[in-house]
Design a binder for this molecule. Structure first.
Ligand SMILES: Cc1ncc(C[n+]2csc(CCOP(=O)(O)OP(=O)(O)O)c2C)c(N)n1
Ligand code: SF4
Ligand SMILES: [Mg+2]
Length: 283
């Protein structure tokens, strides 16, 4: 691992003169997630050229623009389709998608479940701020029931998706959740996710006080961090709570660790088998 520490690490990976100043609101959690991702990649000693960041559209999707890896800023909900193509074209690359909750669970929801079912060797980083941040605060599939948003001024009537259960049920090899308050833990799961073959999902709970917090109980970023600090508990402790105690709590940590072969491994094994058969003159 390199000797430098702290902000120096982050600065090594930013497109300083070309893409700054950034567009994020002061207090937005997305920058913390990006810093965490950079530290995870740095700790694994992966050369910049071996990393591909594929982002969708949204405040979260914008993050790909700021970092000096191979980056693709794609279309809303389609990051995983591009990522799948890139991984299949060159399986040696570390392909990481950055998606918002709207991006990954709404317009891109179908891509998410099929990427997990296929178990393609991609790390899906989902920045869940419970809202469509960039477009003015419409409800997303991760908006909690009862929360007030621009499109649900009297409270969200639908239940929100549980990203972890969705990814688990669809077949991802690795599923974890962290928050921008518990940064070290988030870094650990993100690092593990990047290392693990097959499809990995890391949900990062991140504050959008501008579009979500201010319409609910959290007027400032600090209020949102106080909520995260209080609500988030390790998954093993969460599992011991009664259903009533689980209300308003958030399980964090690692939920799924599987070692199923990734899609690209299965594909290239099959290809080699068919080629061998052809060479032997069989079918
Ligand atoms: C096909 C398409 N539909 C809608 C939009 C408009 N749009 C841009 S970002 C966005 C939502 C972003 O929310 P999320 O993915 O949660 O990201 P955040 O901004 O909260 O980080 C929408 C609806 C678009 N760009 N393309
Ligand atoms: S609108 Fe929300 S998600 Fe977008 S930059 Fe501002 S705080 Fe962050
Ligand atoms: Mg969002």
């Amino acid at each position: 691992m390199n000797e430098i520490t702290g902000n120096e690490i982050i600065h090594q990976y930013l497109r300083h003169n070309k893409k700054f100043p950034h567009v994020l609101c002061p207090g937005c959690g997305h920058g913390i997630v990006l810093g965490t991702l950079i530290r995870s990649i740095h700790s694994l000693n992966i050369p910049k050229d071996d990393v591909v960041i594929v982002a969708g559209i949204g405040c979260s999707g914008r993050l790909a623009v700021y970092v000096d890896f191979n980056t693709v800023h794609t279309t809303h909900g389609r990051a995983l389709s591009f990522a799948t193509g890139i991984k299949m074209a060159n399986p040696k690359l570390n392909v990481i998608t950055i998606m918002g909750d709207g991006d990954a669970l709404s317009i891109g929801g179908n891509h998410l479940i099929h990427a997990a079912r296929r178990n393609i060797g991609v790390t899906a980083l989902i920045l869940n701020n419970n809202i469509y941040g960039m477009t003015g605060g419409q409800s997303s599939p991760a908006t909690p029931m009862g929360a007030t948003t621009m499109t649900n001024p009297f409270g969200q009537l639908d239940k929100s998706f549980d990203t972890v259960e969705l990814a688990r049920g669809a077949g991802a090899n690795y599923v974890a959740r962290g928050t921008t308050f518990h940064v070290k833990k988030l870094e650990k799961v993100l690092t593990d996710a990047i290392e693990r073959p097959g499809f990995s999902v890391v949900e990062a709970i991140t504050p959008c006080h501008t579009q979500y917090g201010r319409k609910n109980k959290y007027k400032t970023p600090v209020d949102m961090y106080k909520w995260m600090k209080k609500a988030a508990i390790p998954v093993d402790r969460y599992n011991e709570l009664s259903e009533a105690e689980k209300e308003d709590r958030l399980a964090i940590g690692v939920f799924v660790e599987r070692d199923q072969p990734g899609f690209e491994e299965r594909y290239f094994d099959l290809k080699a088998k068919l080629q061998a058969q052809e060479e032997k003159g069989g079918k």
